[in-house]
Write a protein that binds this ligand. Structure first.
Ligand code: SR1
Ligand code: MG
Length: 398
C-alpha cells in the first residue's frame, strides 16, 4: 500500500512514511532511505526518516485515538492542524525556538518538520544528569513573545478574537480539564498510583480547602482566554542542547490563561528538582529563577514598547498583571505536580526512581508540594518562596 499526499487518512507505517516522503520529493531520486517510528509520547506517531548522508526529516501523524489508552479513547485528528497552525504562527514570533515546518496535510493529519535529532528531549537529559545552560533563558523568551504577541496587549484586539476561533480546541482542552484539574482530585478510573500512596491520595480527595482552590484554577483555565498557549509545555515537549532550544508538540494550543504555560514549565522543573539531593538541586532550581526573570524581562519590554492597549502605560498595571500571572502559574504548577504523580500521565522523573521505597517517599513529597503550591499560591511572592517550600517539603519528609 502506498500513501501519497492525496490519499485519504490512514495511519502511516515505517514503509509508507518513506513512500510519502518520496512522493513529496523530500529526498533525491534513488536516495537510500531509512525510517524509524520514534514516538514516545501519549498520542501520536512520529517517524524519523534519513538518507545515507544522515539528512533527515520528521513526519508526525495524529492517530484517531489516544495512543496511551488505545482505540477506546477516540481523539480528533484536527489536533494536527492546530499544531501546524500554532507552529506557523510561532515561526513569526520565535523562529529560533521552534522546529521549521516543511509541509502539513490536514487529511492525513501530518506535519513534516525539521529533524531535531542532534538535540535531546530535556526531561531525558535531566535524568542523565545533563544541564541545558540556556534552556530557561530561551523558554523565558519563548513564553514572553508567544504570549504577549497573541494577547490583547500585543495583537489587534479584533484580530485576536478571530484567531481565538481558529484555535478552538475543545477535545484537547477537555483532556487537560479532566486529567489536570478534575480526575486527580476525585476517585476517578483514570488515576494511576501505587497502593502505598492511597493515604496521601485520600488526603487530597478529602481536602475541601484544596478542592476549592482547584475549582477556581479550573475555572480560570476554562474561561480566561488571555493568549494563545502552547498548552502542554512540559520538559518532554522541549528539545535542547548546550546552545539550542526547540519547543515541540503544541497540539494542545488554545487561548487560555498565560500562567498555565508558565506553570507547566515550573512544575516540570520542580518534578525533577524534588528527586535530587541538596548538592544536585541548585542547577535545576536555577531554571525557575532564570525562566521567570527571562519571561518578565522580555514581557515587560514588549509591554512598554509594543503594546496596542492604551492602559498599558498606566502606573501599576504591568506589576499587577505580572503578579496575577505568577499567582496563576503557581496554582497551575501545583495541579500539574499532583496529576503527574497520581493521574493518568506520569513523568519518568518520578517513575524511574529506585529503589521502590524512595520512589514512594518522593511521590509523597511531590503530592505535599503540589497541595502547598495550590493552597498558598496567593502568598507565594517569588521563586525564592517556591524554593523554600521545596526545601521544607524535603526536610519535613526526607
Ligand atoms: C491522554 S493524553 C495524556 C497527556 O499527554 C499529553 O502530553 C498531555 O500532557 C496529556 O495530559
Ligand atoms: Mg505532547
Amino acid at each position: 500500500m502506498t500513501i501519497t499526499a492525496t490519499t485519504e487518512y490512514e495511519p502511516l507505517t515505517e514503509s509508507t512514511a518513506i513512500s510519502l516522503a518520496k512522493d513529496l520529493e523530500f529526498f533525491k531520486d534513488g536516495a537510500l532511505l531509512h525510517c524509524r517510528e520514534i514516538g514516545d509520547g501519549n498520542l501520536n506517531l512520529v517517524f524519523h526518516i534519513r538518507d545515507e548522508n544522515n539528512t533527515g526529516i520528521i513526519i508526525k501523524q495524529a492517530l484517531p485515538y489516544a495512543k496511551v489508552v488505545g482505540e477506546s479513547w477516540p481523539l480528533t485528528l484536527h489536533r494536527a492542524t492546530i499544531e501546524g497552525n500554532y507552529l506557523k504562527n510561532a515561526a513569526t514570533l520565535v523562529p529560533n525556538l521552534i522546529p521549521k515546518v516543511y509541509y502539513t496535510n490536514e487529511a492525513l493529519a501530518i506535519t513534516i518538520m525539521e529533524d531535531l535529532s542532534h538535540l535531546e528531549i530535556v526531561r531525558n537529559g535531566f535524568l542523565d544528569g545533563k544541564d541545558f545552560p540556556l534552556l530557561s533563558k530561551h523558554i523565558g523568551e519563548y513564553l514572553a513573545k508567544t504570549l504577549f504577541y497573541t494577547s490583547d496587549f500585543g495583537l489587534n484586539q479584533q484580530e485576536k478574537k478571530n484567531l481565538q476561533q481558529a484555535f478552538a480546541n475543545p477535545e484537547l482542552c477537555k483532556i487537560t480539564e479532566d486529567l489536570v484539574f478534575t480526575d486527580p482530585f476525585y476517585e476517578s478510573e483514570t488515576n494511576d498510583y501505587e497502593p502505598e500512596l492511597l493515604g496521601s491520595v485520600e488526603d487530597i480527595w478529602n481536602d475541601a480547602e484544596l478542592k476549592l482552590e482547584v475549582a477556581k484554577l479550573k475555572y480560570t483555565f476554562l474561561t480566561n482566554g488571555e493568549a494563545l498557549l502552547h498548552g502542554d509545555l512540559h520538559t518532554g515537549s522541549i528539545f535542547a542542547s548546550e546552545i539550542d532550544t526547540k519547543v515541540i508538540d503544541p497540539e494542545f494550543a488554545f487561548f487560555g490563561p498565560i500562567g498555565f504555560d508558565v506553570g507547566q514549565f515550573f512544575a516540570n522543573i520542580l518534578l525533577q528538582a524534588i528527586t535530587r539531593d541538596d548538592s544536585q538541586r541548585a542547577s535545576i532550581t536555577s531554571h525557575l529563577y532564570q525562566v521567570w526573570e527571562g519571561f518578565t524581562f522580555t514581557f515587560s519590554d514588549l509591554w512598554k514598547t509594543k503594546s496596542v492597549e492604551h492602559f498599558t502605560q498606566t502606573p501599576g498595571y504591568l506589576d499587577f498583571f505580572l503578579k496575577k500571572v505568577f499567582t496563576d502559574a503557581i496554582g497551575f504548577a501545583g495541579c500539574e505536580v499532583i496529576r503527574r504523580t497520581i493521574g493518568l500521565a506520569h513523568v519518568a522523573d518520578l517513575d524511574s526512581l529506585k529503589p521502590y521505597e524512595r520512589k514512594i517517599s518522593v511521590k509523597q513529597q511531590a503530592l505535599l508540594l503540589g497541595q502547598t503550591l495550590i493552597k498558598n499560591a496567593a502568598n507565594i511572592r517569588n521563586i525564592q518562596d517556591v524554593e523554600s517550600l521545596l526545601k521544607n517539603e524535603l526536610k519535613g519528609n526526607g
